[in-house]
Design a protein around this ligand. Structure first.
Ligand SMILES: [Zn+2]
Ligand SMILES: [Zn+2]
Length: 297
């Protein structure tokens, strides 16, 4: 199979990184999308994958950097002559999110206009996602893929349930953290996984700074924490992702992040600190994700 890291950034608009999105492509030609942050659809086209060929989408939680490309993904699939709607798995609230987007929601005018074209009227069912809200446990199964989801620890549960994932496909296991601080559920999901794709939003120095600014309400994993999860779970290889712009040189981002990040420290050199800190607890195969990075498994 092939895994394409479509987006490896976080919540701010980053010139070098799209938002969270990972595509798993099986040898038989099926595509499963984990998260659908900004840029996911366009990045698929850049990777020579037709978004209309993606059958299943999983949203780990409802922060915008994991979902905001979803309306574009669905409507462009409609225009790309998709015949059937994608299955959409997500936390409680996903039905509400989808209900307010399409025919009776934010894009209603586009639907009225575009449906006037006979071909679009014909595949209107393609823009009606089959939404399934997840409960912890087995959340999806077909003849090739099994997906298990467990609650991870990122947002207060009453605001949004956040899930980590374990995807079994072609006899291999891929675990994906979504967003979370280190938690036992993630160790369980990643147990002996062939590949652990884990968030690594900020280096330790940035986490310490954020704790003082009062914006630390969203819990994330430090490189030290990620190394611990990786070795405790027995994961055979690790890809760190969901980098929170600390490596950016963009003046716009530096100005925007000034209230909650130590912007004078920002820059790509921090990726060395990230690797060194992960290495304190984990010595197996390790890569830092970049957009359109391809992993063959
Ligand atoms: Zn995020
Ligand atoms: Zn988040």
């Amino acid at each position: 199979m092939k895994i394409t890291m479509l987006g490896t950034g976080a919540a701010l608009p980053d010139p070098d990184r799209g938002q969270s999105a990972i595509l798993i492509s099986t040898d038989s030609g099926r595509h499963y999308l984990l998260d659908c942050g900004e840029g996911a659809t366009r990045q698929m086209v850049r990777a020579n994958i037709n978004p209309a060929d993606v059958g299943v989408v999983v949203l780990t939680h409802l922060h915008h950097d994991h979902i905001c490309d979803f309306p574009y993904f669905v409507i462009s699939g409609w225009m790309l002559n998709r015949a059937t709607a994608p299955v959409l798995l997500g936390p409680k609230g996903t039905k509400h999110f989808v209900r307010h987007l399409f025919e009776d929601g934010a894009y209603r005018t586009d639907f009225i206009a575009r449906s006037a074209y006979a071909l679009r009227k014909e595949n209107l069912q393609a823009v009606r996602p089959d939404v399934r809200e997840m409960q912890p446990g087995l959340v999806y199964e077909d003849d090739e893929v099994r997906i298990t989801a467990l609650h991870v620890d990122h947002l207060p549960h009453e605001v949004c349930e956040c899930f980590g994932l374990r995807v079994e496909v072609e006899g291999k296991v891929i675990a994906f953290s979504g967003d979370t601080k280190p938690c036992a559920a993630m160790v369980e999901l990643a147990r002996d996984a062939d590949l652990l794709i884990h968030e690594c939003t900020f280096p330790q120095s940035f986490i310490d700074h954020r704790a003082k600014t009062g914006v630390g309400t969203y819990a994330h994993t430090s490189p030290l924490g990620l190394g611990k999860i990786a070795s405790e779970s027995g994961a055979r290889s690790v890809v760190a992702t969901h980098f929170g712009h600390f490596d950016s040189t963009s003046p716009v981002l530096k100005r925007a992040a000034g209230k909650h990040l130590p912007t004078e420290l920002m820059g790509p050199h921090l990726l060395e600190e990230v690797v060194a800190d992960i290495r304190k607890n984990y010595d197996g195969p390790l890569r830092l994700a970049h957009d359109l990075m391809r992993i063959d498994l």
